[in-house]
Design a protein around this ligand. Sequence first.
Ligand code: 3H9
Length: 676
Amino acid sequence: MEPIMIRTEQTGPILTITLDNPPVNALGAAVRSSLAQAIAAASEDPGISAVIVTGNGKLFSAGADISEFGKPLADPQLPDVLATIEACPKPVIAAINGTALGGGLEVALACHYRVAVTSAKLGLPEVKLGILPGAGGTQRLPRLLGVEAALKMIVSGDPVSAAKALADGLVDKVVDNGDDLLAAAADFAHSPACPTGERKVAGDAAAADAFVGANPRLFKGFTAPLACVEAVKAAASLPLTQGMAVERRLFLKLVAGEQSKALRHAFFAERAAARIDDLPKNIVRREIRRVGIIGAGTMGGGIAMNFLSAGLPVTMVETSAEALERGAALIRRNYAATAAKGRITIDQVEAAMALLDPTLEFGALADCDLVIEAVYENMEVKKQVFGRLDAVARPGAILASNTSYLDVNEIAACTSRPEDVLGMHFFSPANVMKLVEVVRGAKTAPDVLATIMALGQKIGKVPVVAGVCYGFIGNRMLIPRQDNALALVMEGASPEQVDKVHTDFGMPMGPFQMTDLAGVDIGWHRDETRIDNLKDALCAQGRWGQKTKAGFYDYDENRKRSTSPVVAALIEEFRQREGITPRTISDEEIMVRTLYTMVNEGALILEEGIAQRSSDIDVVWLYGYGWPRWTGGPMFWGEREGFAKIVAGLEQYMKRMPEGFTISPLLRAPQAEPIA
Ligand code: 3H9
């Protein structure tokens, strides 16, 4: 028999319907159908005078079953089920036992009353999947909150706390966790059945336009947010049924669109990245009670903050008292800045700082279960550090390097325990950026890998496994992009033109803007008399990027960028020196040579087994480099663009590519679809 995925229980005249579809009580077809039937039966049953809808487990419901999108949705449709709830002549009360998202919150909105536990989060995150709330969320939420507050929730997709929901009128009552939620819900059993859809909306189309004008960042690149605004405007001017029709039309269009496909891909890709297919299922993870960090620089400090914020004690080691103090002070400053923005409390700052143990004693690392090295990016230095670490770390401790390019196997080989060694490549600023590339060495033990993947999630990161190669997944893919960007400038493009192709595509910055931000001098030989290329020339002139207010661009005190005549002259000089007659470069050529080449590098990475799956490469670029999420990541985008088209583009410019360029056989394979 097909599972019904809800449970019903009658106590006196009150029927309690419990959504019971683990792990998140998603509203798949079976749940929708059972819920509709239960409500319809309760409406007719003279023995029932009120209905409570709640969820089993920790969540109320995470909303529609996302895996059903992209296929024809089986009846009954969620909006119809919710219409049945709203039309029930008896009071229907949502007992929100935990987080209610998307369709889950829409169920609660269709109920006549809402009671939530303190820990519940309530949100309409559909926009993050490239759609809008399609079961009345855009119509009923404005009826409770007014246009502006509803738009804030719908367009940002960010959930609110139960306390905020109560203050705003989204819920009618909040009870402490542990208190009897169902009893609190039953208090409304004698109140009238008052449909949310019959309420008036506070605010109008002008308020919606004002919201758009005041929040441009929320609308950039994405198509769903404007559709949300259109639907909310309909709520403000039309009766519920007509507004619902507008919402439905917009929902169906968005759910079939490219952006939603890409964003759904990103959702599942992030979750898939946590899985390592070849690890035994019941692997026992090592316990991590204290973390050591070697190096209190910007990177070491940022890495430390992740653990401190998650409540894990950190021993931070430096070689000089001055560097140690500076590092600890920077951590405090960062926390204080977050507190000043109201994101954490002063007590939380103090609690985190109390977990930090800054020390000059390398031997103090003996107490740590995980030690992360974050020193200068140089193999000899790292080898020395790991040699010392091997001598002090306790047996079974995990030893990680934060290298961004270097060979983790070589580093592991200078210890007596290569099985305990791996890479943990954090991205800068390490306390903010969500990506961690977890670099699996040839000898890394399975339990070490599993421990670090789980720990990464615990500290709120998105960990992705990478194999050992120069630059792992992310930085390796930068290489062809940056090489081609520089070559294109030599051949006739300007840094502005190359960067604009990238920012128009949706990247937060282009290749030259990124170089200026990171430092033009990264990897520079530091010999001012040796000028082999344009970058050397910039470095020799002290144009090291934003930090010196000059790089490929000039910068003012506020780091505002402008075209540099000095750089234009240098480019010209170099072209002459190399006998290059500049030509007009098309944006299409820039696209092929700096974006298609990345897809190609991704395919090579996949073929070599450096990435477990193509979607992991997407996750790296989405979370490490700000690749526009609405395209799904480089590999998903490449697939939608068409591998044949990519290969043809690459072949067209083959002879202009930097030496050693090869096209991945994976892209050429006739059965190439789908690698994403
Ligand atoms: C919607 O509601 C549209 C309606 O307006 C209109 C309809 C007409 N569906 O994240 P986790 C899976 S759109 C299917 O690791 P957590 C997830 O893939 C929906 N599957 O747990 C994972 O599977 P696996 C709007 C879902 O505790 C497992 O559940 N709602 C769904 O870290 C555990 O998930 C959203 O966008 C789903 N809706 O976080 C909410 N949700 O184990 C999306 C989760 O195989 N969900 N799964 O990898 C979330 O944000 C988080 O899952 C949540 C729990 C915060 C709920």
